[in-house]
Structures are given as structure tokens and as C-alpha cells.
Design a protein. Structure first.
Length: 646
């Protein structure tokens, strides 16, 4: 232990709950760690304690959900106890599984120089396997096969069972074909000496089923620690069960209330059943160091109605009546500010009012997160921010003006405005079913003005309906019609049907089209509208955005000074498509617990504008909250709608 730094004063770095875990975590232990409770710090000091007391660093296996987290934790342990901590094995499940497979590849008939397919490579190989089995494959089916195959392996069930799930209902008549495609995909991988990401986990499980190999690793890894245990799938849990030998130390850390990744195979029963399965001690980390007292009260209320949870109550560390300086030039933030709910007439008003507020808060150098269940809910706000020149980063989806259906719609305007823009003209022509790539390429050479576009469509599409529609739209434009009228006509006359035939989530995309038409209606000319979003500012890549727009799934583990949760209406959160209301409730909990100083929630009373109007009710999760944990600002609107959300 020559490299050992001076002894660590654990009690001066940890609160009593954290200290107890570090000192008494031997055996099997479950640490239930609420948001903002210092679980990473606790794990780091627990590992440091093991090394400091003399456990061999090579006996420690630390499994995390990102390699970045593993590197950071390992680095912090090295800072505490010295360089020998570098001998700890730390990384993701996939990283560890890859190490196993490199050493024991012969068990599975692989050569040591096997390579790993990324998701795109894997998808491409499934497409090839599908084309071997069938001459033609339906658009989007490869993504669905990839996802179903992945879920089957991660949940350790037959592919046929996964294909019975509601989300794969559209594939129910092709089960035998899909099974044969997946089998062919497996054969192709074997022939190529490649594996995909899920194969790594499957391989680790199979390797550890060999008694001799299993005993070797059980003897080596006498200290196993797993972070974010609520996000493990059944296969990962089974790998842990094989690695752990009774009598060795196994500590899992997580928050059942933040289990939100079932669509990736995560299984909440792993954390809920851990105590009983392993006869484990249970520790709680409930002191929240992130949020103010009123926000913590609301966060507790978010999950109170859950029927699937380990009982716990978060406690705010920060005193109720303090105020805190948050930025270099920022104003002091009172810590007793209650979360606020705004009720708006529609999504346009929601976007405008929130953009006003965001603009003013950014001047105070606040870090702001706008969270939502699905990306389409942010489309109105994205348009408003772009119009104001406010830079932002979108996480969990493609930026509004870069989405395929938006680019398709805009190609109509761009082709009219500049017929020499061959990319936009080509995009427009290829939308039409009877115009192939060869015909469109030949047509490009002849197009010099908007009339040429119409005549080329007429020549290529003998039906005549499309050329008539585009001709009328372009004629109206030459007579002064603005971008909104052109887009509206194109959508109702053609693109709506095209979208329904080509996109599974066409209902969500339709709301984006409404936002696009609404944005275009604010500009008198086509060119002014096209310029407004083309000049949408991007901060330099090395500069961190202070405004993040994010799906809730992408926001987990992050925090902001001010958090806006938008679209808190039934059908938006919880999503109308959701089959698991418990998980949707946990999404609300995760979103609310990202806020440090201020939490602002909102929903629109109406979600439609041009095509379909729908009266919205407040999210059932708002109605579940205690009445005194938030304030309502509804301008009388909620009362008029008969839906007072309190």
C-alpha cells in the first residue's frame, strides 16, 4: 500500500446516511438513492474505503451505464487513494461483456479478432437478411425487427412473445417471416465473425454459465457495485446473479422511481425484488442537495400515488428561507418559491409566453431546461425561439427544421423560390409515387423556373392530379399567396395522405405541420419566412448552451436552475400511446426533480389549430398532486373550460 495517500476523513465528506453505506455496506446491499442525494459521491467513497482497508483493487468490479461515468468515478477514487485504484475494473455492462468475450470467444465459436456492429451496421445487415428472405420489404419494418429482436434478448423471452406486444401489432401476420429473417441475420453475423451490442450481453451470460469460468470470476470479483440498477434489464440482472457468489459483497444503487427505460428493456422488478432475492440490507439516501424545499415537496407528491415503489420521502437539504446567488451576475433566488402551473389557450400561446420568460431569464445568466414527453410538443417553441434568434440545443430528437417531414414540406417553397436549388427540386419530385430517381434526375436538367417544375411533373406523372395541384399552388404564389397558404394547400391536397402511408407516428408529425404553417403565417413573403429559420442561430460547438430543450428520457441525471415542463395535459403526459401509466408517472417525477431553483409547468387547453381541435384536460398527474404544492396562473381560462386543475 505504498501509494496510499493520507487517511480519508470520511465523516467530513459524507452525511450520516452516506457514511453508514460506506462503512457498513458489506454483504448484499440495496441503496435506494433519491434524485440529488449524492449517490455518485457515496459510490466513490465506498470504493475508496474498500481499497483503503486493504481489499485488492482487482477484486472490485464497478458497473455503470456510461463509460464516461465509469472513468469519472475511477478518477475520483484514484484521487482519494492513489494510483493502485487504476487496477479496478470499471465500465458499462457492454464494456465488461466485451472483456469476457475477448478472453473466451472460443466458447461461442468466434475468432478473437471479432468486430462489433454499431446500430446502423446492425440495421443494414438485418435489411440484407430481409431481402434474402423476401424480394421487397416494407418501409420501417427493419427498425421494428431490430427493436423486437433486441427486446427479446434483453428480456430473455422468445421473439414470438415480443411480437405479441401492442407496439408490434402491425407485424402480427408476419411472425414466421420475421423469425426466419432474424435467424438469417444470426447466420450472417457468424459467417462474418461479428457481433452486435446485444450479442455481447448474451455472450457474457452464456460464458458465465460455464461452471469453471464462473467460479474463476466469482473468486476474482469479491466486490461488485452496480450503479443505476433501476435501468438494468433481465439479462443484465442474470449476469449479476451469475457473477455474485454468496458471501461476497454486492451493492446495487438506484432509484426505482426513476425507472423510465422499459422501451429499451429495463425491468423495474430487478430493483423492486432485489431485497427479497438476495436477503439484502437496504439503505436510503433521501437528503436532496439539488432542489429547494417547495420543489422537493412537489417531487414527493409526483410519486405518492404510485403502486409500484419502495417507500421513501425526500428531504430538502437547503433551508426554507435562505436565498442563493446562482450566477456570476445573477440575482439572488429565493428558496421558498412555489412551483407554478400556467394554463394557456393553445400551444401557440404556450410557446410565446414561455419564450418571453426564457428570453428574460437568459439575460440573468440562468441555465434553463425545457422538458417534454415527446419531441413534437416542442415544435411551437422551437419555431418561436428561432424567430427571436435565441440559440438552444435539442436533445432526444432532430431539430424542428431538420426533420424529414418538415424538409419535405419546405421543398415546395424552396423549389418555387429558387428552381436552381437542385437538392430541393429533387426532394420535391421524389415525393411523388410515379416519379423515380432516374426520371427526376433527367427532369432537373430542364428546370429553369417554377412553370418548368409543373410541366416536368405533368410529363412524368401521367395521372395529372399532382401537376394540377402544384400548378394551382404556384399560380396562387405568383398572385401573392404567402408561404402559409401554399403549405396548407400542399398538405391537405397531397402530403397528409403521403405522411399517413409513410410514417407510423403521422399524428405527431401532423402537429409539427400545424406549427410550420403557423410560423409561415407570420411572414408576408415566402423569402422572409425561409430566411427566418435559415438564419436560426447555433452557438459555437465548444460553447455550452444555456438553454436545453429535451425529452424527459434524455434529461435524466441532469439539472438546471429553472425547469419548464410543457405539455402537461392528458394524452401528452401521460402519452396517449403509453401502456404503462406507472412508468409515465415516473417520467413526471424525473422531470420535476431536475429543477434546482424554479419549476414552471404548463399545458394548453386546446391542441389543435388548423385541422383538428381537441379540448385538453390537465394531466392526471397534476390532479394527483397535493393542492398546496404549486400555484396556478390560468387567467380564468381553466375556470371557463370547467377544468380547474386543483
Amino acid at each position: 500500500m505504498g501509494n496510499m495517500l493520507s487517511a480519508i476523513e470520511y465523516s467530513s465528506h459524507l452525511n450520516p446516511e452516506q457514511l453508514e453505506i460506506v462503512e457498513k455496506g458489506d454483504g448484499t446491499a440495496l441503496v435506494v438513492a433519491g434524485p440529488g442525494s449524492g449517490k455518485t459521491r457515496t459510490l466513490v467513497y465506498r470504493v475508496a474505503k474498500l481499497v483503503e482497508r486493504g481489499d485488492d483493487p482487482e477484486s472490485i468490479l464497478l458497473l455503470t451505464f456510461t463509460n464516461k461515468a465509469a472513468r469519472e468515478m475511477k478518477g475520483r477514487v484514484e484521487t482519494l487513494v492513489g494510483a493502485e485504484a487504476s487496477r479496478i475494473t470499471a465500465g458499462t455492462f457492454h464494456h465488461f461483456a466485451n472483456l469476457l468475450l475477448r478472453r473466451h470467444c472460443s466458447v461461442l465459436g468466434l475468432e478473437r479478432n471479432f468486430t462489433i456492429l454499431d446500430e446502423e451496421d446492425s440495421r443494414s445487415l438485418i435489411r440484407k437478411a430481409a431481402l434474402v428472405e423476401h424480394d421487397k420489404i416494407k418501409k420501417g419494418i427493419v427498425d421494428d425487427i431490430q427493436r423486437a429482436h433486441s427486446l427479446a434478448r434483453l428480456r430473455m423471452v422468445f421473439l414470438e412473445d415480443v411480437l405479441e406486444m401492442p407496439e408490434f401489432f402491425h407485424m402480427r401476420n408476419n411472425v414466421d417471416e420475421i423469425v426466419s429473417i432474424v435467424q438469417h441475420y444470426g447466420n450472417m453475423k457468424k459467417a462474418m465473425n461479428v457481433v452486435d451490442f446485444d450479442d455481447l450481453l448474451v455472450a457474457a451470460f452464456q460464458i458465465l454459465k460455464d461452471e469453471g469460468i464462473r467460479q474463476f470470476y466469482q473468486k476474482r470479483y469479491t466486490n461488485i457495485l452496480v450503479d443505476e440498477f433501476q435501468d438494468t434489464d433481465k439479462l443484465q440482472s442474470a449476469i449479476i446473479a451469475l457473477l455474485h457468489k454468496p458471501g461476497n459483497n454486492l451493492m446495487v444503487v438506484g432509484d426505482d422511481s426513476q425507472s423510465i427505460y422499459s422501451f429499451r428493456g429495463a425491468d423495474i422488478s430487478n430493483i423492486l425484488g432485489f431485497r427479497e432475492l438476495y436477503a439484502a440490507k437496504v439503505f436510503f439516501l433521501v437528503k436532496n442537495y439539488r432542489s429547494t424545499h417547495p420543489i422537493v415537496e412537489l417531487v414527493n407528491g409526483c410519486i405518492a400515488s404510485s403502486k409500484m415503489k419502495i417507500e421513501k420521502k425526500l428531504v430538502a437539504h437547503r433551508a426554507k428561507n435562505e436565498s442563493e446567488q446562482t450566477g456570476h451576475h445573477a440575482q439572488a433566488t429565493p428558496l421558498d418559491k412555489k412551483p407554478k402551473l400556467f394554463v394557456f389557450r393553445d400551444r401557440v400561446e404556450e410557446a410565446k409566453v414561455l419564450a418571453d420568460r426564457i428570453e428574460s431569464e437568459m439575460k440573468n445568466e440562468k441555465r434553463i431546461g425545457v422538458l417534454f414527453r415527446s419531441t413534437y410538443l416542442a415544435s411551437e417553441l422551437e419555431v418561436d425561439l428561432a424567430g427571436r434568434g435565441i440559440p438552444y440545443e435539442l436533445r432526444g430528437g432532430v431539430r424542428f427544421f431538420e426533420q424529414r417531414h418538415i424538409k419535405d414540406m419546405l421543398s415546395l417553397l424552396k423549389a418555387y423560390e429558387n428552381p436552381r436549388d437542385s437538392a430541393s427540386v429533387m426532394r420535391l419530385l421524389l415525393l411523388f409515387p410515379r416519379i423515380g430517381e432516374k426520371g427526376a434526375t433527367r427532369a432537373l436538367i430542364k428546370i429553369k423556373n417554377p412553370e418548368d417544375i409543373v410541366s416536368e411533373i405533368a410529363g412524368l406523372d401521367k395521372n395529372g392530379e399532382l401537376s394540377k395541384l402544384i400548378g394551382e399552388i404556384y399560380l396562387d404564389a405568383s398572385a401573392g399567396a404567402n408561404a402559409a397558404k401554399m403549405l396548407d394547400r400542399f398538405y391537405t391536397g397531397f402530403y397528409k395522405k403521403y405522411m399517413e402511408e409513410n410514417f407510423d407516428n403521422h399524428e405527431e408529425r401532423a402537429q409539427d405541420i400545424e406549427a410550420l404553417v403557423g410560423a409561415a403565417s407570420r411572414f408576408p413573403t415566402i423569402s422572409e419566412f425561409l430566411e427566418s429559420y435559415s438564419l436560426d442561430p447555433e452557438a459555437p460547438k465548444d460553447k455550452e448552451h444555456r438553454l436545453i430543450l429535451s425529452t424527459i428520457h434524455q434529461a435524466k441525471g441532469l439539472e438546471w436552475d429553472i425547469v419548464f415542463i410543457i405539455g402537461l395535459a392528458d394524452g401528452m403526459l401521460p402519452s396517449a400511446r403509453a401502456s404503462d401509466i406507472e412508468e409515465e408517472r415516473r417520467l413526471f417525477y424525473v422531470a420535476a426533480s431536475r429543477a434546482k431553483h424554479e419549476l414552471i409547468m404548463s399545458y394548453p387547453l386546446s391542441s389543435g389549430r388548423f385541422y383538428e381541435f381537441e379540448q385538453q384536460k390537465p394531466s392526471r398527474f397534476l390532479l394527483e398532486l397535493p393542492k398546496d404544492v404549486f400555484e396556478i396562473d390560468d387567467n380564468g381560462l381553466a375556470v371557463q373550460a370547467g377544468e380547474k386543475p386543483s
